[in-house]
Design a protein around this ligand. Structure first.
Ligand SMILES: [Zn+2]
Length: 218
């Protein structure tokens, strides 16, 4: 799972253990140590334990949202799927794979989707848009307390289709896409705008209140 801070380039969260071990073996239970600073889990000051616990609770919500929208039972994807297909969650029947992202933030990132464009050949953008990786992209936005304030689910097959029809002009069109020219560049897509393009039907499913859907502008 990645975490994005508004106005900054996306950063990858500390890699969290993704094995299928039982909860009792997981960090935070019993007398386990933080793998980064090596203090006892409950005394960890390096941030890993906080991040881990935060990630786990949000991840549970991501699974519930995926199940609700797809009407299918979902589970954590394997490490292999995560690495090779950018997939964090999959339906138990194997039919749908879902990439997830957690972002903290306000209205400036509402209804948008940020994809890393670095390194160019192996970027997240390339993987997800061009090579048919995950089927869906779930973006949850959390407030300062860590509660989910809203979420957006993007159908990546539709997104790929939009790029097939409208081509790279989408990347040059500022109202559809913004490019952040930093050391590690990324694209930020305006999903609401793209929703209105021919062929974009079903692009996003969101629980965003209608008011914000109407008022949002880049
Ligand atoms: Zn630590």
């Amino acid at each position: 799972m990645d975490i994005v801070h508004p106005g900054e380039q996306p950063v990858t969260k500390i890699d969290q253990p993704k094995s299928n071990r039982t909860p009792m073996d997981a960090p935070g239970f019993g007398r386990s140590r933080c793998p980064v600073c090596w203090s006892w889990w409950q005394n960890c000051k390096c941030g890993y334990a906080v991040n881990y616990n935060f990630g786990e609770s949000i991840f549970g919500s991501c699974i519930r949202i995926s199940e609700e929208v797809n009407k299918k039972t979902c589970q954590r994807a394997s490490e292999d799927e995560d690495r090779k297909r950018a997939t964090d969650i999959r339906t138990v029947d194997g039919s749908i794979s879902i990439a997830t992202r957690v972002q903290e933030g306000g209205h400036n990132i509402m209804n948008s989707m940020t994809l890393r464009y670095y390194p160019p050949e192996k970027s997240e953008f390339k993987k997800i848009l061009r090579e048919g990786y995950a089927d869906q992209y779930l973006i949850v936005t959390v407030d300062k307390k860590g509660s989910i304030s809203y979420w957006i689910l993007v159908d990546l097959s539709v997104l790929r289709w939009i790029f097939t029809i409208h081509g790279d002009q989408l990347l040059e069109h500022e109202s559809y896409c913004q490019y952040y020219d930093q050391a590690q560049p990324y694209w930020r897509f305006n999903l609401l705008k793209m929703k209105d393009l021919p062929g974009a039907e079903g692009l996003i499913i969101t629980n965003l209140p209608q008011f914000y859907q109407m008022s949002f502008k880049f």
